[in-house]
Ligand binder design. Structure first.
Ligand SMILES: *[C@@H]1O[C@H](CO)[C@@H](O)[C@H](O)[C@H]1NC(C)=O
Ligand SMILES: [Zn+2]
Length: 452
């Protein structure tokens, strides 16, 4: 009780200090339509005709997008640096050199036939927010950085969030060695050809890992990729937790045979084993008894995939997520048990590959409070949300207090060409981001000069 009252008193005091300073912060230079124009320009760097956006990491269109991002950073007066993985930082200097930076960012890579807003909003919006803070004469105590992460989407190398995994230290040399693109090109070769990279995955990871304490807080602005804000007519979502993804690949193989000649008692049908497993995934997920538990068999392939053959091979890719890691792991274990049980009963061979099994993130109260207060200051409607998709924030949360700000997107759509967020919602999101960053970074004391 006493502790709670003390916390409230401290929060109240911080707010009144802020109230005095915020009065001088004029963010009218943030314009939704101007940010949209930049997002749509970025969208022109696409392997598919607009409105579809396809942009794989380190391809020519990704390199054009990087050049554009750096141009915007330069125009915003930010100091640019890039790491060996190709994460791009644009820094607004703070008045103290001794603290970590407040960092905000997202990604600009896009899966095939995606849209113009997923990820890009959190990069273009971050630069717009920092530019506006500079123009408003805001001098932060802590440095603030806009960040573009390398390869949030798993499209090219089969692993998502490569840049943020590398920064957080969650990525091993072995994992990176295993990931080749469709042409057999390694991350080392592709990143080096793009002007980043290094002589080995080891040196690349070493040069990318963030030093402890160098990030004071991280916040990511993103479209919701779900329908909740739009349905409730709300302008902002303040993320409280990010669901933990796990993914596994399961192979069954039987002996196959002629669909007419092979009698039912003599079959070991790999396709039926896969069908049973897909149902077992659904059952294990429902048995978790929580609305936040989700399980999907999104890929199922049988071979030889011919009408008059008993399936000999089956491959499934299964995605299981939850905001509770222990409960998610119980669902995964239950699915693994079903694999064994089905394989034994149907006399098929089996093999399982864990693709990834990442921990969930609980967002930082400090960031949640800063974003909530920012939303209030704007007079924007808001609610707390769980992020069911995962983001670079999931990995940043391992090394820094982290949070996310969502804006509504039409019908909750994303990863499709008709993905859309309105200029008005984008403007609210960028303003909320700017105010959140200002709160987290603090105002330089009068007379203090920025580091150079
Ligand atoms: C793989 O090679 C093909 C043929 O040379 C090329 O068109 C494609 O862009 C390459 N894919 C990647 C991701 O580099
Ligand atoms: Zn994204």
């Amino acid at each position: 009780m006493g502790g709670q009252r003390l916390l409230l008193a401290v929060a109240g005091c911080l707010m009144c200090t802020w109230g005095l300073r915020a009065a001088t912060l004029d963010l009218t230079s943030i314009s939704g339509p101007a940010v949209v124009e930049q997002l749509l320009h970025l969208a022109t760097f696409s392997d598919d005709p607009l409105p579809a956006v396809t942009r794989l990491i380190f391809t020519p269109n990704d390199m054009k997008a990087r050049k554009y991002v750096k141009q915007l950073m330069k125009e915003a007066g930010l100091t640019i640096r890039e790491d060996p993985m190709g994460n791009i930082y644009g820094r607004m200097h703070g008045s103290t050199k001794t603290t970590g930076a407040v960092v905000t960012g997202s990604h600009v890579d896009a899966i095939p036939l995606a849209g113009a807003y997923d990820g890009t909003l959190g990069v273009i919006g971050a630069i717009a927010a920092l530019k506006a803070l500079g123009e408003a004469g805001f001098r932060p105590e802590k440095p603030i950085e806009a960040l573009m992460f390398t390869s949030e989407e798993p499209t090219r190398f089969g692993l998502g969030c490569i840049g943020s995994r590398g920064m957080s230290g969650a990525l091993t040399v072995e994992t990176l060695n295993d990931k080749l693109d469709v042409n057999g090109t390694s991350f080392q070769a592709a990143s080096t050809a793009a002007g980043y990279g290094g002589k080995s995955h080891e040196t690349i990871l070493e040069g990318t890992r963030v030093k402890p304490g160098s990030i004071a807080a991280f916040v990511e602005l993103h479209i919701e990729q779900g329908p909740r804000l739009e349905r409730e007519g709300l302008q902002l979502g303040i993320v409280s937790a990010i669901a933990a993804p796990a993914a596994l690949r399961v192979f069954f193989s039987g002996d196959g045979g002629h669909a007419g000649a092979l009698l039912m008692p003599d079959r070991n049908d790999a396709g039926l084993a896969a069908a049973e497993l897909a149902l077992a995934v659904e059952k294990a997920t429902l048995d978790a008894g929580a609305i936040d538990a989700v399980g999907t068999t999104g890929f199922l392939q049988i071979g030889p995939n011919s009408m008059n053959s008993v399936p000999r091979e089956a491959k499934l890719e299964i995605d299981i997520r939850d905001i509770d890691a222990a409960r998610r792991d119980r669902t995964v274990s239950s699915v693994l048990k079903s694999v064994e049980e089905i394989a034994a009963r149907r006399d098929v061979r089996h093999r399982v590959e864990m693709i990834n099994q990442d921990p969930p993130a609980t967002c930082s109260q400090e960031v949640i409070t800063a974003a909530t207060e920012a939303a209030k200051e704007l007079g924007a409607s808001q609610k707390a949300l769980v992020s069911r998709a995962y983001h670079d924030s999931l990995f940043m949360s391992q090394i820094a207090p982290t949070g996310m700000i969502f804006i509504p997107c039409r019908n909750g759509w994303s990863h499709r060409p008709d993905e859309f967020a309105s200029a008005a919602d984008i403007e609210t999101g960028v303003k909320a981001l700017a105010l959140t960053l200002a709160r987290l970074a603090g105002t330089a004391a009068a007379g203090e000069h920025s580091e150079l």
